[in-house]
Design a protein around this ligand. Sequence first.
Ligand SMILES: [Zn+2]
Length: 230
Amino acid sequence: MKRFVSLLAFGALSGGLAWSQPTTINAQTTTKATTTTKKTTSKKKTAKHHYLLVMGHGAGDPGARGNGTSEAVYLRNHLMPHLAKYAKKIKKSNVTIYNPSHNIVRDTLVFHKGSYKIKKSTTVIMFHLDASTSAYAHSGHVIIHQRKPTARDVRLRKVIKQYVGLNPAYNGYSFRTNLRNCNVLRKRGIDYSLIETGFITNKADFKHLNKNLDKIAKGYVEAIANEKIK
Ligand SMILES: [Zn+2]
């Protein structure tokens, strides 16, 4: 394009109609030649892996309550915008968020949609906050879908440990098979993790959450997608 423009400018100077036409043809031939020699070894593109982030509860189910808020509200109004911001920066995979006006458990167990309709190749990450009648119960853990944590679970645990602290009862991981929505995923062979970032009922956890919300979200998205965000 550059060459074509400079030739035209020269043409305007010398006022030559006679050669402005051949120049155009020349430029076209050159472009054609390069395109045909190029595209013979184009590889078939493989689809990017899909990670689905799910905010717990919602659609009328507040989840746990504490520190003047509820799980459903805190996850959607505070954590989710930060997660969405970093999800957009991931290049090697697709990170999306489950419709926040829905409650995946209800979609699954009441309407036979939700976890029943998720593609088998999708990885599901569910976000929750823990609760206890004891104000002292504190810190977070990852609920895992196999006896051994996956590499992703190890990365997620690190984020919780760094910004909130690990629940001493679990030392970071809990393998559970009594969560009905999760069991639908398990039976369908879908990879998932459920994150309890901390106790909504604990003052110190709530403080750590609010203070580190952006770093936590960035850490989580990086851990999930296994990609550094610049
Ligand atoms: Zn919950």
